[in-house]
Design a protein around this ligand. Structure first.
Ligand code: ATP
Ligand code: MG
Ligand code: MG
Ligand code: MG
Length: 486
């Protein structure tokens, strides 16, 4: 029997419930307890204060399936969508937690038991990483679980500096931190990519599925660590990545939910090639944007709402690339609600409102999209390698093209954008506006509509805000593009 996404969720929660975990519902994509965090990007976000000791729960073991978004903010996978087999903006994270209760041994053994005995993954395809100094985790894997030593990889401080490692987790610059152990699945040597720790680890052959974080230290301002009185466990496994393995496909975009969404996108755009990158982007982005509206984030020019606008407009532009000249994206909301409404009843209940919000944004952007694309095409004609910053800014300012949208178009054509020139043009315009007395800072807007005021960027000027939001994603994309010779 093939595990559907719905089966996988239920199996996970049942497994940990049977081991004494309280099943906790997914929290909003807008963190209720952390104004510095743009979006909920992992299952632990709703428990952050429990780890910090300022919140208490009536349980010491919890499990959840958490809706996550990695676009804008600290984690940004927006630029990976359409380029890797394993990254989404919106995805679901399966997690289990110990708040000062069990620790490494139970966490790793249960992970192994669930993967190999319940989901029945072939053990010989699994690998684990541990932090270089974490002999305890290494020994649990090799001596107690029986993973062959050649498939347990120690990862040291590989990110430049003490405790800067893919296998050392920190909540922030100070506070709870500790080593982690990640489980990878080998999709086979017909796929390019190397094992974790190797130079080509970013390929899609060895795909990371489950991260087990062991919070055992407290980091002080000076970088020194002391043991926490009650160590905690925080784990996260990507539902879509596990589904790909269980449904015998390589890419997340081939699993049941995505297959259905891509077919719906094909129906609306007329694109027949179901492997087309733009269909994948549209399928990814309908999930992100619909869940965002459901959680109160409407498109706007600020903060979270601007990330929302960027994702919607990217999706629309991909539809345009497939030949659509009229609103289509909002029509996918009904399909999505049908696919995910059982697991997320609020999404189903909000479907009508979500459709309307997306439709209004589409109508707005379609007014300027065509002219903007003509300007972009003209600027990129005649062997131009870099889109001038002035043009990127004009597209942003007059035609509603977010910088990353122009960058996305350029990347498709093997070109880049002059980001510094964009910033200069934007600064110049702002200086002029300020001189004319028109400049007005919007402060402490309620972006979420939930009464949570997002103040994380309040002290920054508009330009730096926008640049900061883009910088991470675009430079990561540029790096990748360079590596892959795209
Ligand atoms: P990767 O190295 O592949 O980008 P990560 O190390 O950033 O993953 P974690 O922060 O450790 O991921 O998150 C825990 C788990 O969540 C991962 O092991 C993976 O299964 C899943 N995950 C992370 N990012 C994404 C994403 N963008 N889309 C889908 N699943 C994801
Ligand atoms: Mg990542
Ligand atoms: Mg990783
Ligand atoms: Mg990881």
């Amino acid at each position: 029997p093939v595990f559907t996404v719905a089966d996988i969720r239920k199996t996970f929660l049942d497994f940990f419930a049977a081991k004494g975990h309280t099943v906790v519902p997914s929290s909003s994509l807008v963190p209720g307890n952390d104004p510095t965090l743009m979006f909920t990007n992992s299952g632990m976000v709703q428990f952050k204060d429990v780890f910090l000791g300022v919140d208490k729960r009536p349980y010491v073991r919890a499990t959840s399936v958490q809706a996550c978004l990695r676009a804008g903010g600290k984690h940004n996978d927006l630029e990976n969508v359409g380029y890797t087999a394993r990254h989404h903006t919106f995805f679901e994270m399966l997690g289990n937690w110990s708040f000062g209760d069990y620790f490494k041994r139970e966490s790793l053994k249960w992970a192994w038991e669930l993967l190999t005995e319940v989901y029945k993954l072939p053990a010989e395809r699994l690998l684990a990483t541990v932090y270089e100094e974490d002999d305890e985790a290494y020994d649990i894997w090799t001596k107690e679980i029986g993973l062959p030593p050649e498939r347990v990889i120690r990862i040291g401080d590989n990110k430049g500096g003490r405790y800067k490692s893919d296998n050392f987790w920190m909540m922030a610059d100070t506070g709870p931190c500790g080593p982690c152990s990640e489980i990878f699945y080998d999709h086979g040597d017909h796929i390019p990519g190397g094992p974790p720790g190797s130079p080509d680890e970013d390929g899609d052959r060895f795909i990371e599925i489950w991260n087990n974080v062991f919070m055992q230290f407290n980091m002080a301002e000076d970088g020194s660590v002391t043991p926490l009185p009650a160590p905690c466990v925080d784990t996260g496994m990507g539902l879509e990545r596990l589904a790909a393995i269980l449904q015998h496909v390589h890419s997340n975009y081939e699993i049941d939910i995505f297959d259905a969404l891509i077919k719906a996108a094909s129906r609306e755009t007329g694109e027949q090639d179901l492997g087309h990158k733009s269909l994948r982007v549209i399928a990814d982005h309908i999930r992100a944007t619909a869940f965002l509206v459901s959680d109160g984030v409407n498109p706007s020019n600020e903060g979270r709402g601007y990330v929302q606008r960027r994702i919607i407009r990217r999706a629309i532009r991909h539809g345009y690339l497939l030949g659509k000249k009229t609103p289509f994206f909002h029509k996918l909301v009904a399909d999505l609600a049908g696919l995910m409404g059982d697991a997320y009843p609020r999404l189903a209940a909000d479907a009508q409102r979500i459709t309307e919000v997306l439709k209004a944004e589409e109508e707005r952007f379609f007014e300027t999209l065509e002219t903007g694309m003509q300007i972009l095409d003209a600027a990129l004609a005649d062997g131009v390698k870099v889109l001038p910053g002035e043009v990127a800014f004009k597209l942003h300012d007059t035609y509603g093209f977010p910088l990353d949208l122009s960058a996305d178009v350029c990347r498709e054509r093997g070109l880049s954008v002059d980001e510094a020139g964009f910033a200069v043009a934007m600064d110049r315009q702002k200086a002029q506006a300020r001189a004319a007395g028109k400049f007005k800072m919007d402060r402490a807007l309620d972006y979420s509509g939930t009464g949570n005021v997002f103040t994380g960027y309040e002290h920054l000027e508009e330009t730096s805000k926008i640049i900061a939001i883009y910088a991470e994603g675009i430079s990561a994309a540029a790096l990748k593009a360079g590596q892959n010779g795209v």
